[in-house]
Design a protein around this ligand. Structure first.
Ligand code: MG
Length: 341
């Protein structure tokens, strides 16, 4: 029996951000690397410095196709890392970028990607201050992979943590879900639909800083990337030790996304987003947060989509369905959509 049959090899699903990714981290990485910064498993690691609390995060981007409606691998590589800093309460300061490029990759495409990265960085005033390039032989990588690392400082106003989440808190998203994952799938499979599905890929640091400076009732934030709303809500519920009840009728989903996911048998709750975050907010600030979000281009579809409840301590996530029933949501397992970011 070879190692593939015994399950001793990496599967595509190990990279989907769901259950197998978690098992990989818990079984292989954490036991060897464990320290008090890494073990929090949050979007960025927070560490002390002489001038205050800092945050650092790193992410590799292998999205296929490299150009998609609403973005490309370069824009994504900036936004992904910026957003992990932002949801940690950090103001991004510096970025590094590392490229692995396949022999034969068109320089014209590289130029487009680099211009797109630079444009996104300029928009948010974030310089790339170090980088690396490696080239591998034809077939040894697929076109181009980009790794970015970001550092920032934690805003004084940011007090985010699982430990602040309490029963009764509101669960809010800033926009519609499922757009990025579906846009990649539609582009990859060359499906033809009347309406284009556009990725939500966007840097969230501006809007998040506004929220954090204004509302001390913002208790936790998470960008809803791999695994989508459902997987991320489950992670939050487990870490906080409370249940989360989501209301299907309140979850903003674009009509075309709803239509196409139904047709393809996909659940938008599990599709990746790249410009959408979830925040857990004290009840007294929830309406104010929505009002501020609605005034911002990246928050106009924001909504209160659920509530934290005490539960039995297992961290269950339930979806109150449109039909009045409820179903339990678990982490993404199987049916992975590989190379989504
Ligand atoms: Mg994240």
């Amino acid at each position: 029996m070879n190692s593939k049959e015994t399950g001793d090899v990496i599967l595509l699903a190990h990279g989907d951000g769901g259950l197998l990714t978690h098992q990989l981290i818990e079984k292989y990485f954490l036991p060897q690397f464990k320290n008090r910064f890494l073990e929090t498993l949050t979007d960025s690691a927070t560490f002390p410095s002489k001038s205050g609390k800092m945050a650092i995060t790193t992410d590799s981007f292998v999205v296929d196709p490299i150009f998609f409606p609403g973005g490309d691998i370069g824009k994504l590589a900036v936004c992904g890392t910026v957003n992990d800093l932002a949801v940690s309460g950090a103001k991004p300061l510096y970025l590094t970028a590392s490229f692995i490029i396949e022999e034969g990759f068109p320089l014209s495409d590289l130029k487009k990607i680099v211009i797109s990265m630079a444009k996104t960085c300029r928009e948010i005033n974030l310089p790339i201050i170090a980088g690396d390039t490696k080239v591998v032989g034809k077939g040894q990588a697929d076109k181009i992979y980009i790794t970015t690392t970001g550092v920032g400082y934690i805003l004084d106003e940011a007090r985010l943590g699982y430990n602040r989440i309490k029963p009764g808190d509101s669960v809010i998203v800033n926009g519609t879900i499922g757009n990025h994952g579906l846009s990649i799938l539609v582009e990859r499979e060359s499906f033809r639909f009347d309406t284009a599905i556009i990725s939500d890929c966007a840097p969230l640091n501006g809007i998040i800083q506004k929220l954090l400076k204004r509302f001390e009732g913002i208790k936790f934030m998470r960008d809803l990337t791999r695994g989508g709303l459902a997987t991320n809500a489950k992670e939050i519920a487990v870490a906080a030790g409370f249940d989360i009840w989501l209301d299907e009728t309140d979850i903003p989903i674009k009509k075309e996304v709803k239509g196409i996911t139904e047709m393809l048998g996909l659940d938008p709750l599990y599709l990746a987003n790249e410009g959408t975050f979830l925040t857990v907010v004290s009840n007294k600030d929830a309406e104010g947060v929505i009002q501020l979000l609605k005034k911002h281009p990246l928050g106009k579809d924001s909504a209160i989509i659920g509530r934290v409840s005490k539960g039995k301590g297992d961290g269950d996530v339930f979806l109150k369905t449109q039909l009045g029933g409820s179903r339990r949501l678990s982490m993404l397992t199987g049916a992975p959509l590989p190379r989504i970011c």
